[in-house]
Unconditional design. Structure first.
Length: 359
């Protein structure tokens, strides 16, 4: 170097800093244009930024967002692919979020362009391994729901449903309960609106003493066909067996109010009446001993209908009248009698006395 001359400036670093500043300025201008929906101009600005800083993936990610809005899918896809390559090469902390954004956008492209929720889910799940936020989780959930619905619709087949139901009945007759449940489940998948299959599966669940699943199936069956008496019989029997006697009485009472549609219903009404009488017999035997299960009583107190009965002013006046004749007259009223019997079954009422704990 000549004497007294200044040392050389690190030109590459200075030049890079200047180019970065210019690139960021272009990006800011591109952002404003994008918000103003001037998409072509925004693309031009992001392209200018990228030409100034070709190793920075941010400008490609911004440009890809514009391309997605413009439905220029191939261009958006190319920018995302290149952005991932640059981010990986940089090795910076920011690279994880940049790769995440690129893969999330690839998921959007797969869903919006290709109508391919499975591929979109694959991209979103891949993105989640780099970075995660509420948006990621929501998009994954959305794709899973769409795929589940597609699978459900694809499985619908009434003829197949009947075949699976027949196979389930065969297994049931052979006392192969688990196999019967599997076939009934396949039948439901093919036709989720056949109430009888839910009733059949409830019977199989009951054989395995899977009371919760059996009860759920009875309730599904009743929702689909409120006049199907067999489901009420099964439901009441489960509630009786699990010592929820007050619930069993409610089930039987409701079913017995359904008008008969013929001789088959007449027979089922008689079966319901017999089951109801058996529940009342067990309740009365328990009351005669004076030993009511406190756990059963506490569980009954959580029942909204039982809570409603305990607040019924007419029922309260009868139970606390202290007059046996008044109580007997009230018991001649079918509606009041039902209410009293339910409180008795709940373990909250003695024979002819007020609710337990309220004497």
């Amino acid at each position: 170097n000549p004497p007294n001359s200044a040392p050389e400036e690190p030109q590459s670093a200075t030049q890079e800093s200047k180019e970065e500043m210019e690139a960021n300025q272009c990006k800011l201008e591109g952002n404003k244009l994008y918000k103003a929906r001037k998409f072509e101009e925004a693309v031009a600005k992001y392209s200018e930024a990228h030409s100034l800083m070709p190793e920075n993936p941010v400008y490609l990610l911004n440009r890809s967002a514009v391309f997605v809005t413009m439905k220029k899918w191939a261009e958006a896809e190319a920018d995302c692919t290149k952005a991932v390559e640059l981010a990986r090469a940089s090795g910076s902390r920011a690279s994880f979020e940049q790769v995440y954004k690129a893969w999330m956008r690839m998921g959007d492209i797969a869903y919006k362009r290709d109508d391919d929720p499975a591929k979109a889910l694959e991209w979103y799940s891949k993105a989640k391994t780099e970075w995660s936020d509420k948006n990621t989780k929501k998009k994954i959930r959305d794709m899973e729901k769409i795929l589940a619905e597609k699978e459900r619709l694809a499985a619908l087949d009434d003829d197949k449903a009947l075949e699976f139901k027949a196979e389930g009945n065969k297994f049931f007759a052979e006392k192969q309960w688990a196999e019967a449940i599997a076939k009934y489940s396949e039948s439901i998948r093919c036709n989720p609106n056949d109430h009888r299959v839910y009733s059949n599966r409830a019977a199989a669940f009951s054989k395995l003493m899977s009371w919760g699943e059996a009860l759920d199936d009875c309730e599904r069956c009743i929702r689909l066909e409120p006049r199907f008496l067999k489901a009420y019989i099964r439901k009441g029997q489960i509630e009786h067996f699990t010592k929820r006697y007050h619930k069993a009485l409610q089930t039987y009472n409701l079913a017995l109010k359904i008008p008969s549609a013929g001789s088959d219903d007449d027979a089922l009404h008689q079966e319901l009446q017999n089951a109801r009488n058996e529940t009342l017999r067990v309740v009365q035997m328990e009351m005669a001993t004076g030993k009511v299960d406190p756990v059963r009583r506490e569980r009954a107190l959580e029942d909204p209908y039982v809570q409603q009965l305990l607040k019924d002013p007419m029922l309260d006046s009868v139970l606390n009248s202290g007059d046996p004749a008044t109580f007997q007259r009230a018991m001649a009223d079918p509606d009041l009698r039902e209410k009293v019997e339910i409180l008795m079954a709940a373990g909250l009422l003695g024979m002819g006395g007020p609710p337990q704990g309220e004497q």
